[in-house]
Structure formats: structure tokens, C-alpha cells
Design a protein. Structure first.
Length: 478
């Protein structure tokens, strides 16, 4: 509430209180009452002027007819930002001015949105809607309690104690059921305003074509990286462009069990050490160059005998002689034999997959029957398979090499020894490089274009409301 509005309210109250007296008193007392009222008004105006500087110091932004942002509210946001910076080992001081400006603009924007929703009657929710939103918030809060119980509760706590400890911890972070309910209600109101503003938004053919062209250009740049391309495919993103040289494959993974996986990891760690030892034999030895004291023209002062006798003599540890190439290679061969023995435990089942496929079994049925890779059971990879090229870096190199070794679509690989077990890989299809035809993905592109246009429409409308409010930012008070 600004000072002008405060004074107006005071005057209105005085007049309301004086009206009955005016009706009851005689006409000759009217001037005395008016004089008393004016004196009181003058007294209140003096108080307003007295407290005005204190009031103004607490206001860091003003907007609209009487909207204000209080310094305390802005400082809470700033302190939260400072805490986040500290967690990353950074100081907010180097960015303070920009962050403070962003905070004030964000608070004004939120306040303008709230005011507009209230003016449109969108924040006047009926009891049934409020009850439904509160129920949703309560259910969500209970999920939070269950999820964070293991982080905040003592191991030996009873269920009741664990719940109380978790509630206390969540509250320390500002998360309570009441706070979540308030956020849920506010979010619902914001959603109603968004829908109100964007209700009539539609896209044209030109909008769809422009979105398609932008998506293709973005994909060409992003999908040059194998990981980005595979991540987009495997996440179910709309693929509008494919790079060269890829094929789609499925596979059956005959997986190491936990004990086998542990042995494999230990053996490979040992193998890496042995290979490093072997490489060290081929590295050129560093030659020490003796320093000739005479040539260096350095005077050396002999230490006193007493000091020399006082210094204990240290016998250096003998440097171990490097092992011979034959010894290392022998150990490498032994490790390779042990790894081969691990794979041999899985090989009969992998061979069963191959035999059944060669006998006419559908590969999808073999996946269902034998596979241990969740990616072959979950969409979209269960249908689309994995995208592999000769230069793929996403996959186990053995898997990549095995996938690219298959001669033709519809054929399978032999047993491929990988990091997780044995793969039998099926060549599903070639992936046509270049842009995917717009008509093949028209609905997805239209949805994306509509989403962009509605977001732009809403942002433009909010920006217009903020501009109409003519905000004034008092950075010197923040």
C-alpha cells in the first residue's frame, strides 16, 4: 500500500466517524468539529511524513497504481541465490548487481501476473477445487516424506520417529504440507491464466514449416555427436534428421551374474595393469646427466664433522628389477584364459539363441525369452533398436564392432564378448541419412510449433502487462 492510499484511508475513516456527530450536534458546533478534524488530519499527515523515509527504504520496486515489492522479500530471494552459489564454491559478490536486478524484475513479473489473475477472477476458486488441489498436495507431500525418509531418519528409528525426523528436516528446507498446498493452488491459478491468454492460439502451415526447418538445422549440429544422437533416439525425442552411416540393431544379452561380473572386473583391472607394465618396457628410459661440480664452478663447503656424525645414514630401498617381457606376457595369457573361462559359462545359452534363430525363430521372441538388457524391453528402443555406426562412442566397443560386422539386414552376429556378457546382435534396418520427411512427422512438428507459439504469446502478453504497470526499481535500497 503506497503513502497516498494510506492517507486516503485515514481521511475516509475520520469522515465516517465524524458523520454521526455532525447529525447530532447543533449547527453552531459544526465549525468546531471541522476544526478538530482538520487538526487531526494535520497530525496524521505529520506522522505520515515522519515515517515516510522508513517506509520508502523498505520498498525496492513499485508498479501499477499501488503495487510494491518489499526489501525483505527480495532479500530472501537473494540469500537463496547466494546459498546456491556457495554450494558450487562460488561467491555471489561478483554477480550481485545483475542478480539483484533479475530478482526484482522476476518479483514484479510474478506480482503483475497474480494481480491480473485476480482481476480476471481466476484466483476465486470454489471450495471443491481448493479441496481437490489440497488433496493432490497432501498426496505429493507424503511421497516426499517416503522418498526422503532414508536420508533424514536414523537407522534405528521407529516408523513414527522416522516420520517425525523426516518432517522436521523437510520443514528446515521450507517444505511443509501447507506450503506445498499453497504452491499447488498458485500453480493452478497460473495455469488458468496461461490457458486464458493462449486459448485462441493456432499455427499456420508457414509456422509448421519454419519449426521443421529450425528442428532440422538444430539436429544437424547436435547429432554430429554420437552420444547426443543416441540419447535423443533412446529418450523418444522426435528425430527429424539422421547422420550418415547408422544402422538399427537389436540384441539378446546373456548377462554375467553378480559374481561373474565381479570376477570380470577384477580380471580386467589386472589385465590393464599388466598392459601398462608391458608398455613401460617400451618407453625410453630417462637418462640422468651427472653434474660436474668443477664445470659448474660451484663451491661446496664441507659440513663439520660433528654434524656429519649426528646425521643417521639412510639406506635407500633397492629398486626392483623390471620383469621380463616374457613374464608379463605369460601373466597376460593367464588372465585372458580366465576371462575366456567366464564367457564359456554363458556361451551355451548364447549358442541356443543362435540355433533357434537359424531354426526360424523370430528374433523378438528370442529377446523376450533370453534377453537381460532392459533397453530391449522398454520403448522406444524395444521397437526402434539401437543406432550404431562404425564411429559410435556410446556403446561398448565390442558391441559396436559386432553390430557393424553383420553382412545384411535380417541377419545376426556370432557370439560377441562384451563388458556385460555375451551379445547376439540382430541387424534390424539401415537408418536413412538426412532429413526425415515432414509428412512423416507432421503431427509432432505441429505440436512443437504450437507449443512455441503459445509460450511466445503468453510471454508477450505478460511483458505487455508489466510494461503497462510502469515498474520503478530502487536498486539503491536493495
Amino acid at each position: 500500500m503506497n503513502m497516498k492510499k494510506l492517507l486516503s484511508l485515514v481521511l475516509a475513516m475520520l469522515l465516517a466517524l465524524s458523520a454521526p456527530a455532525f447529525a447530532e450536534e447543533a449547527q453552531d458546533d459544526l465549525q468546531a468539529q471541522l476544526d478538530a478534524a482538520n487538526a487531526r488530519v494535520a497530525e496524521l499527515e505529520a506522522l505520515v511524513e515522519l515515517y515516510k523515509p522508513y517506509y520508502e527504504k523498505q520498498v525496492v520496486a513499485e508498479f501499477g497504481e499501488d503495487g510494491v515489492i518489499w526489501r525483505d522479500d527480495a532479500m530472501k530471494e537473494y540469500e537463496a541465490a547466494a546459498s546456491a552459489y556457495t554450494q558450487y564454491g562460488l561467491s555471489i559478490d561478483d554477480y550481485a548487481d545483475g542478480i539483484k536486478e533479475d530478482i526484482l524484475k522476476s518479483l514484479v513479473r510474478s506480482a503483475v501476473i497474480d494481480a491480473k489473475a485476480e482481476a480476471l477472477g481466476l484466483s476465486d476458486l470454489d471450495d471443491e477445487t481448493i479441496a481437490r488441489l489440497q488433496t493432490e498436495a497432501a498426496e505429493t507431500f507424503e511421497n516426499y516424506v517416503d522418498s526422503y525418509r532414508s536420508y533424514f531418519a536414523a537407522e534405528d528409528a521407529t516408523d513414527e520417529e522416522a516420520r517425525e525426523q523426516t518432517l522436521a528436516a523437510l520443514e528446515s528446507y521450507g517444505m511443509t504440507q501447507d506450503a506445498l498446498a499453497q504452491q499447488t493452488i498458485e500453480g493452478y491459478v497460473d495455469e488458468q491464466l496461461y490457458n486464458y491468454v493462449t486459448a485462441d492460439v493456432a499455427v499456420t502451415d508457414e509456422d509448421i514449416q519454419a519449426k521443421y526447418d529450425a528442428m532440422v538445422a538444430e539436429a544437424q549440429e547436435s547429432y554430429a555427436d554420437d552420444y547426443s544422437y543416441n540419447n535423443a533416439r533412446n529418450s523418444g525425442n522426435v528425430i527429424v534428421w539422421n547422420p550418415e552411416g547408422y544402422r538399427a540393431v537389436k540384441h539378446v544379452l546373456i548377462k554375467f551374474d553378480d559374481e561373474q561380473a565381479k570376477q570380470y572386473s577384477e580380471l580386467h583391472s589386472t589385465l590393464d595393469s599388466l598392459n601398462a607394465e608391458l608398455e613401460a618396457l617400451d618407453a625410453p628410459a630417462e637418462t640422468e646427466v651427472p653434474v660436474e661440480i668443477e664445470d659448474a664452478n660451484v663451491e661446496v663447503e664441507e659440513a663439520p664433522v660433528e654434524e656429519a656424525e649426528a646425521t643417521p645414514e639412510v639406506t635407500p630401498e633397492p629398486t626392483p628389477e623390471p620383469r621380463s617381457r616374457e613374464e608379463i606376457q605369460s601373466d597376460i595369457g593367464n588372465i585372458a584364459t580366465e576371462i575366456e573361462a567366464l564367457y564359456s559359462q554363458l556361451l551355451p545359452q548364447a549358442q541356443q539363441v543362435i540355433d533357434e534363430f537359424n531354426g526360424g525363430a523370430d528374433f523378438n521372441s528370442l529377446i523376450e525369452k533370453y534377453n537381460a538388457d532392459p533397453g530391449m524391453q522398454n520403448e522406444p528402443t524395444a521397437t526402434n533398436g539401437y543406432a550404431v555406426s562404425a564411429n559410435s562412442t556410446t556403446w561398448d566397443p565390442a558391441f559396436t564392432e559386432g553390430a557393424m560386422s553383420i553382412a545384411a539386414v535380417g541377419q545376426i552376429s556370432g557370439p560377441v564378448y562384451g563388458q556385460n556378457g555375451i551379445h547376439v546382435i540382430y541387424y534390424l534396418s539401415d537408418i536413412t541419412p538426412g532429413p526425415v520427411a515432414l509428412e512423416d512427422i507432421a503431427d509432432a512438428v505441429k505440436d512443437a510449433a504450437l507449443q512455441d507459439k503459445t509460450a511466445e504469446t503468453y510471454d508477450n502478453q505478460v511483458n505487455a502487462w508489466v510494461e503497462e504497470a510502469k515498474p520503478v526499481y530502487h536498486m539503491d535500497r536493495f
